[in-house]
Design a protein around this ligand. Structure first.
Ligand code: PEP
Ligand code: MG
Length: 765
C-alpha cells in the first residue's frame, strides 16, 4: 500500500483538529480513544496504542488502544525499557520494525492477541525531552511502515504531547482525572457552596494565574451612583484636574508604550485627545460657567457621551463607553484630590473580580501586581481584553453571578487560555497549576526573545511571515511575532472534512484568519488538492503519478464550480481587508493564470450584481514549476506578486519526489539549477517591479539564508516555529557579504562544490 493511500496528510490535519477540539468535559481517555482510532484509520494500520508514562512508578500504562484485546487498557504496564515499546521511550527515538519479533527487545504480551501483527512502529511522546508516553502502530503485513509513516507519527506525537501534558495537569486541577464528576460542594443559586467549583467562561488572554479573590467595582456612572458630590468646587479646580489628568495620562501612555508596541498603546493618547477636545472639556467648562457644580458637570457630560457611544450601531464605538467612563472617573478623582488621593492598593497575588473594569484599571492592576482578573460581562475584543492580553494578565470573562458573592480572599485558579475558573482548588491542583505556570513561563521567555522586527547585521529589514495550515496554528504565528501569513494552505480545512465546506463556511473561516491577523498581510493560496493531498469525498483518478496528475490549479480549473465557490468566499473576505491576497498554486503558463483571473473577475461581477460586498484582492502566482520559471518574466508582469514554492520547484526541477525518502539525497536545494532558477525568478520580479517572496521550506534553511538574501529576497514565509532561529541567523548576515557569496555560488557548476562552499561559509559565519 502506498503512502498516498495511507493519507498521512489527512491524518495530521485530523489530529490537529482533534487537539484543537479537546474537551475537558469528556476527559483525556475519551480524547486518546479518538486519537488511536483516527491514527489507525488514516494509516490503515490494524492496531494503534497510546501508552502514557507515570513518573511515580516510572511505568508506561496502556491508556488507549484499537485492535488489541480491550481488557488490556488501563492494565498493561511496561517498565521504562521493557519490550520494544519501553525501549522507544528509554532511547527516546522511533523504532520501526519490518517484523517486530526480529527486535532483540521484543517481548510477547500474553493475552494481547498481537502475534498476528508483524510490522511495528513506535514513536516516543516527549515534551521538552521529558517522557510523556509512546504511540505505537502495528499491522499484519510485513514491512508495512515506511520512513514517511515514521515522520507522520513523529508530527502527531509532538501534537499529542502538548495536549496530553496540559490535559493531564488541568484535569488534575479539576479533580476529574480519577473521578469523572467535578467535586462540587452544596450550591445555591446566588452563592457557591463549600468545596471546589469550576466555572466556565471565555478566556481573553492566554495565560494562567492563581491567587486570592478581591472584589472591586466602579459604580460612578450608573444611574443613582453619582457618589458624594463635593461642594465649593470652582472652574479653577476643574482646570487643575484637567492638567493633572493630562499629566497622568501621558505618564500612563509612556509606561504602556514601554510595555507594548501595538495599537492598544494609543488608549491613553486617545483619552488625552478627548480630554483636550473642546466639545468635551469645553462643554463642561461652559456648564460650570453657567452655574453647575464641576463635579455634576463632568458626570453629566460623561454620561451623555457614554449614552451616545452605547447606542452607536458601530461595535467599536460601543466599546468606547468604558474609555469615556475611565476618563471621567480620573477627572472626578483628580477634582477632589488630594483629599481623596488614596495610597495605591497593592494587589499582589490577588485575583480581581469585577463587574466592570476600565482600560486604565488593567494597567494599574498590572503595575500593582494583580495575579488575574475575572470580569462579569464585557467583550473579548474590548480594550480591556486587548490590554490584558498585551500585558499577559490572565483574564476570564464569565457570567456566573455567584462569583460576585465570593467571600474575600477565596483561593482561585484561572486558566485564561481555556476560560476556566476554579474556586477553592485542592492542594494538589495548586501544585499542578504552579507547575503549569512555570512551564508556560519558560516557553513564554523563549518566544519573548523574538524581536518584532528582523534585521540583517547592517540593519536591512527582512519580513518574516508564517505559513499556516490550520487556523489553530495562528496563535503560534502571533506569538513569534510573524509579520503576516505568507502562505495559507486553504486546502487543509477541505481535507479534514467529510464534505465540501460551503461558500459561507469558507468566507467565515477566511474572515476569521484576517481578523486574527489584525491588518497584517494574509496570502490565501487557493486549493492545492492532489499530489499527496486527497479529498475523501471527491475522489479523483490521479493516475500513477499523483504529483504529475490533476493537482492544484489544474484541479481548480477542471472543477470551476468548486473553484468559483472558493473565489467568491475569498473576494467576500477581502472586502474591507486590503491586506488579503490570493495566489494560485502550480501555475504552468500565462494562459492558466489568466484563466484563473478571468474566473475571479467573473465572481466579482456576480457578487456585485447580487449586491454582496466584495473586493478583488491582489492576485499572485506561485512559481513552483520549471515552466513557470521559464515564463517568470511574463508572469511577473501579469501578476500582482510572485511567491516561490521551493518544495515543489525543487521536486519538479530535479525530478525528485518530495515525499520519497529513497531519493531524499537528490533533493538538493543547493543544486546549481535550483540556485539559478531562484536568481532568475527574483530578477524577473525586480524587472517587473513586483513583490517576491519565498514560502517553501527553503526559506527557513539556515544554511541557505545568505544566498536567499544575497539574490535579493526580502520576504520569507515559513513554519512559525522556525521564525526565532531564522531571525537570529539573519541578524548575523551582512548583506554585502551575502551578495558576494551568492554571486560565487551562482558561478559554480557542480552540486558537490556548492555544498563545500556552503560548508565553508557556515564554518566562517
Ligand atoms: C511549495 O511547494 O514550496 C509550497 C510552499 O507549497 P506546498 O508545500 O504546500 O506544496
Ligand atoms: Mg507547492
Amino acid at each position: 500500500m502506498s503512502d498516498f493511500q495511507k493519507d498521512n496528510v489527512a491524518l495530521m490535519c485530523d489530529i490537529g483538529e482533534l487537539v484543537g477540539l479537546f474537551d475537558f468535559e469528556t476527559g483525556l481517555d475519551a480524547f486518546l480513544a479518538k486519537a488511536v482510532s483516527t491514527v489507525a484509520w488514516h494509516m490503515r494500520a490494524a492496531v494503534c496504542s497510546i501508552f502514557l508514562y507515570e513518573p511515580d512508578t516510572q511505568e508506561l500504562v496502556l491508556r488507549a488502544n484499537q485492535g488489541l484485546n480491550p481488557d488490556l487498557v488501563g492494565r498493561l504496564r511496561l517498565k521504562n525499557g521493557e519490550g520494544v515499546t519501553g525501549m522507544t521511550l528509554k532511547e527516546m527515538r522511533p523504532i520501526c520494525e519490518a517484523r517486530a519479533t526480529d527486535n532483540p527487545h521484543y517481548k510477547h504480551i500474553p493475552g494481547s492477541h498481537e502475534e498476528q501483527f508483524v510490522s511495528f512502529l513506535a514513536v516516543p511522546i516527549l515534551r521538552k525531552m521529558n517522557p510523556v508516553g509512546v504511540i505505537a502502530v502495528q499491522d499484519p503485513q510485513w514491512n508495512y511502515f515506511t520512513p514517511n509513516d515514521v515522520q507522520a507519527l513523529q508530527v502527531i506525537s509532538s501534537q499529542l504531547a502538548g495536549v496530553i501534558e496540559n490535559a493531564h495537569l488541568l484535569l488534575k486541577i479539576r479533580g476529574t482525572e480519577k473521578a469523572p464528576a467535578v467535586e462540587v460542594g452544596e450550591a445555591s443559586d446566588s452563592e457557591f457552596g463549600p468545596g471546589t467549583h469550576c466555572v466556565r467562561g471565555q478566556g481573553a488572554s492566554p495565560v494562567m494565574g492563581m491567587g486570592l479573590s478581591t472584589r472591586i467595582g466602579h459604580y460612578l456612572f450608573h444611574e443613582g451612583d453619582g457618589g458624594a458630590c463635593p461642594l465649593g468646587l470652582t472652574e479653577a479646580d476643574f482646570d487643575r484636574a484637567v492638567a493633572l489628568t493630562e499629566r497622568q495620562l501621558l505618564e500612563l501612555q509612556r509606561r504602556l508604550e514601554d510595555k507594548i508596541h501595538d495599537a492598544a498603546s494609543m488608549i491613553f493618547g486617545a483619552h488625552v485627545l478627548m480630554l483636550k477636545d473642546d466639545a468635551f472639556s469645553g462643554e463642561i467648562r461652559a456648564q460650570i460657567r453657567a452655574g453647575k457644580n464641576p463635579w455634576t458637570a463632568i458626570l453629566d457630560e460623561v454620561r451623555r457621551y457614554a449614552e451616545l457611544f452605547a447606542h452607536s450601531p458601530n461595535p467599536s464605538l460601543r466599546e468606547k463607553v468604558l474609555d469615556v467612563e475611565d476618563l471621567g472617573h480620573r477627572l472626578l478623582h483628580n477634582l477632589s484630590a488630594p483629599a481623596l488621593e488614596s495610597t495605591s492598593p497593592d494587589y499582589t497575588g490577588q485575583i480581581i473580580i469585577a463587574e466592570e473594569l476600565l482600560p486604565s484599571d488593567i494597567l494599574k492592576l498590572s503595575a500593582e501586581g494583580a495575579a488575574g482578573l475575572v470580569l462579569l460581562g464585557g467583550g473579548q475584543h474590548s480594550h480591556v481584553a486587548i490590554l490584558a492580553k498585551a500585558l499577559q494578565i490572565p483574564l476570564v470573562i464569565a457570567s456566573d453571578q455567584r462569583l460576585l458573592h465570593l467571600p474575600e480572599k477565596t483561593p482561585i485558579l484561572l486558566d485564561a487560555k481555556d476560560g476556566q475558573i476554579v474556586v477553592r482548588p485542592g492542594p494538589e491542583a495548586i501544585q499542578t497549576m504552579k507547575d503549569i505556570i512555570r512551564s508556560l513561563a519558560d516557553s513564554e521567555r523563549l518566544a519573548g526573545q523574538v524581536k518584532p522586527e528582523t534585521r540583517t547585521k547592517n540593519g536591512r529589514e527582512i519580513q518574516l511571515l508564517a505559513n499556516l495550515n490550520l487556523v489553530s496554528e495562528l496563535e503560534v504565528a502571533l506569538h513569534v511575532k510573524a509579520k503576516g501569513i505568507g502562505l495559507y494552505r486553504t486546502e487543509f480545512p477541505f481535507i479534514v472534512r467529510s464534505t465540501f465546506p460551503t461558500e459561507e463556511e469558507q468566507y467565515q473561516g477566511y474572515k476569521r484568519v484576517l481578523e486574527k491577523m489584525e491588518g497584517r498581510p494574509v496570502v490565501f493560496r487557493t486549493l492545492d488538492i492532489g499530489g499527496d493531498k486527497a479529498l475523501s469525498y471527491f475522489p479523483v483518478d490521479h493516475g500513477n503519478n499523483p504529483f504529475l496528475g490533476l493537482r492544484a490549479l489544474r484541479f481548480s480549473l477542471r472543477n470551476p464550480a468548486i473553484f468559483k465557490q472558493q473565489l467568491r468566499a475569498l473576494l467576500r473576505a477581502a472586502h474591507g481587508n486590503p491586506q488579503a491576497k490570493v495566489m494560485f498554486p502550480m501555475v504552468a503558463s500565462l494562459d492558466e493564470f489568466e484563466a484563473a483571473r478571468t474566473l475571479a473577475n467573473g465572481c466579482r461581477q456576480e457578487l456585485e450584481q447580487e449586491g454582496v460586498p466584495c473586493r478583488m484582492p491582489e492576485l499572485g502566482v506561485m512559481i513552483e514549476l520549471p515552466s513557470a520559471v521559464m515564463m517568470a518574466n511574463e508572469l511577473a508582469v501579469a501578476a500582482d506578486f510572485l511567491s516561490i514554492g521551493s518544495n515543489d520547484l525543487i521536486q519538479y526541477l530535479l525530478a525528485v519526489d518530495r515525499t520519497n525518502d529513497e531519493v531524499a539525497d537528490w533533493f538538493t536545494p543547493w543544486h546549481p539549477a535550483v540556485l539559478r532558477a531562484l536568481d532568475w525568478i527574483v530578477r524577473a520580479a525586480e524587472m517587473a517591479g513586483k513583490p517576491i517572496s519565498i514560502c517553501g521550506n527553503l526559506g527557513s534553511d539556515p544554511q541557505m539564508l545568505p544566498f536567499l538574501l544575497g539574490i535579493g529576497l526580502r520576504t520569507l514565509s515559513m513554519d512559525s516555529m522556525a521564525i526565532p532561529a531564522v531571525q537570529r541567523r539573519i541578524e548575523r548576515i551582512d548583506l554585502a557579504v551575502a551578495q558576494a557569496q551568492a554571486r560565487q555560488m551562482l558561478a559554480i557548476g557542480h552540486v558537490e562544490k556548492v555544498a563545500e562552499f556552503l560548508k565553508s561559509i557556515d564554518a566562517a559565519g
